[in-house]
Write a protein that binds this ligand. Structure first.
Ligand code: FES
Length: 288
């Protein structure tokens, strides 16, 4: 983890109320993995002292830049939209644990709901770089909220669902998952809690539906890696990146806790934000 001064290079509103900003931060760009986040201070003039967590949307080691993608939801995030190229902000990162891709996985299914795109976006780049095939399912309320294809790598298959049917599939993004679950070796998701809960349910029934219990054993599912370890997460079909309010982002305040199926509280900022779906007690509710 490093604390750096990151210089803003570019800032633009890519969707109504959603911004993409590119920062020069070589130490973060070279040391981060998909799924991790930065904790950012709004600056002395804002009158706000709390940092804000942002997923590392993309990281480019060659140019030493990272991007963040956020929605304006209050004075803190609004403050960032007034920054101009050349301004610097204080970034702490990379924080949290990344997605764990099994080296044998060739087909990755990424699923994003709304701003959840920011949670999985970097994984698309990493996967393409590693020669994997990627299908990205994206859900939004309506066409005007759909993430632009121009901001995605050409190599991925991009499939859209909208709640009102104004673009792509009419319905939820989770409706699309059964079409791809036989193709996918692993799935990675970020989005609202009901979406993740629905996906966790689908993933739990996948082996039975597809009759792949033996394949699971072949991938080492029967061996006892401790829950939450990178090895155990690599064997999970579905990993989820969870969005929680954060205070400290370094594991001290316990403001971001969710419950695990083991009954152990998990800090989203330290043990997450990425978890294997089966680690989380979805019925007990997260964040309670
Ligand atoms: S935000 Fe403080 S423990 Fe996670």
């Amino acid at each position: 983890m490093r604390q750096v001064g990151a210089e803003l290079l570019e800032s633009r509103e890519i969707l109504p109320g959603q911004w993409l900003q590119r920062y020069h931060a070589p130490a973060l760009a070279s040391g981060s993995r998909a799924g991790q986040f930065v904790h950012v201070r709004t600056g002395d003039l804002s009158g706000m002292v709390l940092r804000r967590p942002f997923s590392i949307n993309t990281a480019d080691m060659t140019s030493g830049t990272i991007t963040i993608h956020f929605r304006t939801v209050g004075r803190g995030t609004e403050w960032f939209t007034h920054l101009r190229a050349g301004d610097s902000i204080d970034m702490l990162g990379p924080l949290g644990r990344p997605f764990e891709v099994d080296p044998r996985s060739r087909h990755l299914l990424l699923i994003a709901g709304g701003l959840g795109m920011a949670g999985v976006r970097a994984l698309a780049d990493e996967a393409i770089r590693d020669g994997r095939q990627v299908t990205l399912l994206f859900g939004a309320q309506r066409a005007r909220d759909v993430y632009p294809t121009s901001l995605l790598p050409d190599e991925i298959e991009y499939v859209v669902a909208t709640d009102d049917g104004s673009m792509g599939h009419h319905g939820y993004v989770t409706d699309l998952v059964p079409r791809y679950e036989a193709w996918a070796d692993q799935a990675f998701a970020c989005g609202p809690e009901p979406m993740l809960r629905g996906l966790a349910r689908l993933a739990a029934g996948r082996r039975e539906r597809l009759g792949v219990a033996k394949l699971g054993r072949k991938r080492g599912a029967g061996r006892g890696d401790p829950a939450g370890s990178p090895a155990a997460r690599r064997k999970a079909f579905l990993q989820v990146s969870m969005e929680q309010r954060m205070g400290c982002a370094v594991g001290a305040c316990l403001g971001c806790v969710v419950m695990a199926t083991s009954g152990t509280p998990q800090r989203v900022c330290r043990e997450g934000p990425v978890f294997a779906a089966e680690e989380i007690d979805w019925e007990g509710g997260w964040g309670r």
